[in-house]
Design a protein around this ligand. Structure first.
Ligand code: ADP
Length: 274
């Protein structure tokens, strides 16, 4: 037999065939796998290369906006350019984060205890500071239980959900966040808004990259179309599920449901002994 090629990928499926028999299908997905890896690398490299020029452009545009001597005819276009530059920056950051999450080799250790109540409180403070329309944010932490996982990934996923709740609700509509334990010992992070809601025919697609129900509204609100794709990947890495309930004109509830095996009692404090 030829030596085993470690880069070879095979997909195995077992399907029922009649009453007592099964068919085993083996598909060679090596080419597909390589193409996906090439796409991921290309997106990651291109986003990385775009970062520096965008930082330089953004810096000059910031100074021009502040410049009192700027020709008044240039004020509006310069503001527009700065807003577009900011949008590109958000997009590049989201693309980088998504390709990092998609790369299998990037697996950070998934077993550090993350103090979820503290993370959610910090997230609430940051979100309120960033929210120009000042939606009231109600945070209800019903359990002090924590999770084994990756802190910055969890922060990024949960903040994407809170930002969306603000983004797709009219100014001053309240948003509620809840952290609680499910009956089976799993842990649930829940965000509820009273915003535009999502028609049920769109629900199966909203976690696909660049899928938007109303792209002009999303763009106008600074959305990149990648937020829920990031959420989906982070949850998948943590063995969790995203559950969405929504009604157009009434609002939405996004729930991240973490399995009980990920739960831990409290964050292990570092020993203070010297
Ligand atoms: P975006 O950057 O466009 O917000 P997301 O991936 O975060 O991208 O979300 C995908 C789409 O799902 C959004 O464009 C929006 O149409 C819809 N969506 C997400 N969250 C909500 C919400 N809380 N209420 C209503 N629609 C939402």
């Amino acid at each position: 037999p030829s030596p085993v090629d470690p880069t070879r990928r095979l997909m195995l499926r077992i399907v029922p065939y009649g009453d007592e028999q099964y068919l085993m299908l083996i598909r060679d997905v090596t080419r597909l796998h390589r193409l996906q890896a090439m796409r991921r690398d290309f997106v990651a490299n291109a986003s990385h290369e775009l970062r520096s020029p965008l930082t330089v452009l953004g810096g000059y545009l910031d100074s021009m906006v502040e410049d009192r001597d700027l020709d008044p005819a240039w004020r509006a276009p310069v503001r527009q350019m700065r807003a577009q530059c900011q949008r590109m920056n958000n997009l590049v950051n989201d693309l980088l984060e998504l390709s990092r999450l998609e790369t299998e080799e990037s697996d950070a250790p998934m077993d550090s205890p993350v103090d979820m109540p503290a993370l959610i409180r910090r997230l609430g403070r940051d979100a309120v500071l960033a929210d120009a329309e000042a939606h009231p944010l109600d945070i209800d932490i019903e359990t002090e239980r924590c999770l084994h996982g990756v802190e910055n990934e969890l922060y990024s996923a949960l903040s994407n959900l809170v930002i969306n709740a603000f983004r797709y609700s009219e100014a001053e509509r309240p948003v509620s966040v809840r952290w609680h334990e499910a009956d089976d010992g799993g842990l649930v992070f829940e965000v509820q808004d009273r915003g535009v809601g999502i028609d049920r025919r769109h629900l199966p697609f909203i976690t696909q990259r660049f899928y938007r129900v109303d792209s002009s509204h999303s763009r106008a609100q600074g959305g990149t179309g990648l937020g829920l794709a990031i959420v989906k990947h982070v949850l998948k890495r943590h063995g969790a599920e995203l559950d969405v309930e929504s009604e157009p004109g009434v609002g939405s509830i996004f729930r991240c449901v973490f399995p009980s095996e990920r739960a831990c009692a409290t964050r292990q404090r570092r020993s203070s002994a010297v």
